[in-house]
Design a protein around this ligand. Structure first.
Ligand code: NAG
Length: 349
């Protein structure tokens, strides 16, 4: 502040008052004839003051946090913002031969107050054992915090097929589906916040793992796209998909995926055992002509990470993307830079 005032003083001392020049001076465009020594002195003074102000602000924030909790300003889990209204969501867990991870995931999501039901997509020839079923039912009841206990169910499929994870579910009570892998844990407060984001844009996919598509090259009028991973999103801040291993979407997309999406895409996913999430992203983008929403929030992957780091994996996924796009006849994905954050956790505006 004092730096600006100092400059202005210099200007008004040297030349007659002119509003245009004054404006330019405050923007630092107009070079006043005030001695450079004085300006440097003023700037360093300002820097010290700024540092001091930052220290004071930091201390104030720390104290405010304390006072806030005494005065009852602290967001408590029972406040209307954190406890989701409007029916909650159904957690749809995709699992495959990893019962210990499944147990952890079910126990965790049963604990979240927004969970209305937990459905486990089971894709093995042998149904889950009675002991596993009994164990999970018990854990859902014991972990649940609400008076109302979430429904728990296995959705059985004999065939191991990635399309299974998007099969329509009968007797759903919520419009919101939280689709998640058995090795992904999202904290309940983060999940509830993402749910409120979804509620304000319920046609859109809302998730925690953003991905980007890049136009690699165009040959003979045919575009070739590449999937951009975490690094490219981090570097550019741009994304066009959120991965269905941790994302909310409306249950109508289960119907659209299973009954409306071209069967050639189903066959592709079945054959390649991959890319169901890309198919879902394209489907939602084509239906909404809008980008998804990335929500800030940490996800915890509890299993050892599998195929996604392999090079052939990225080749397969690039091929999926391009083959699906050619089926659509156009690129339905839309890029965005929007990121939803919980303003209670953001200190600076
Ligand atoms: C894309 O959306 C349009 C309009 O909603 C629809 O007619 C078309 O069938 C969709 N394309 C695919 C491949 O699903």
């Amino acid at each position: 502040m004092s730096a600006i005032i100092g400059l202005r003083d210099g200007v008004s001392a040297a030349v007659p008052y002119s509003p245009a020049k004054e404006k330019a001076a405050t923007r630092g465009v107009y070079h006043s004839r005030s001695p450079p020594m004085r300006r440097r002195h003023l700037l360093s003074g300002a820097r010290v003051k700024l540092l001091l102000a930052a220290c004071i602000a930091f201390a104030t924030l720390l104290i405010a946090g304390r006072i806030g909790s005494i005065m009852g300003w602290n967001p408590s889990p029972s406040s209307s913002v954190s406890s989701p209204s409007g029916g909650g969501y159904t957690v749809l867990i995709n699992t495959w031969k990893r019962n210990s991870l499944l147990k952890q995931a079910v126990a965790h999501y049963a604990y979240c107050s927004g969970t209305d039901a937990i459905h486990v997509v089971w894709s093995e020839r042998d149904p889950p054992s009675e002991s596993l079923k009994a164990y999970l039912r018990k854990i859902v009841v014991s972990k649940s915090q609400s008076a109302y206990k979430p429904n728990f169910r296995f959705d059985l499929n004999e065939e191991d097929n990635l399309n299974n994870r998007f099969k329509p579910i009968k007797d759903l009570r919520t419009d919101a589906i939280f689709s998640v892998d058995d090795d992904v844990i999202v904290h309940c407060s983060t999940l509830d916040f993402a749910f409120t984001v979804w509620q304000s844009a319920s046609d859109t996919m809302v998730g925690f793992v953003p991905r980007m598509h890049w136009l690699d090259k165009e040959k003979d009028g045919v575009a070739y796209y590449r999937n951009g991973g975490w690094w490219s999103v981090w570097w550019m801040g741009t994304y066009s998909m959120v991965v269905s291993k941790a994302a909310f979407f409306h249950r109508k997309y289960l119907d659209l995926y299973t009954y409306q999406m071209p069967s050639s895409i189903h066959d592709y996913v079945t054959r390649e055992r991959n890319c169901e999430d890309i198919a879902m992203s394209l489907l939602v983008a084509n239906a909404t002509s809008a980008p998804p929403i990335w929500v800030k929030g940490k996800i915890h992957e509890i299993g050892a990470s599998g195929i996604s780091s392999l090079n052939s994996h990225s080749k397969t996924r690039n091929k999926c993307l391009n083959d699906f796009v050619s089926l659509y006849g156009t690129m339905p994905l839309i890029s965005t830079n929007v990121k939803a954050v919980d303003s209670r956790h953001e200190w600076f505006w």
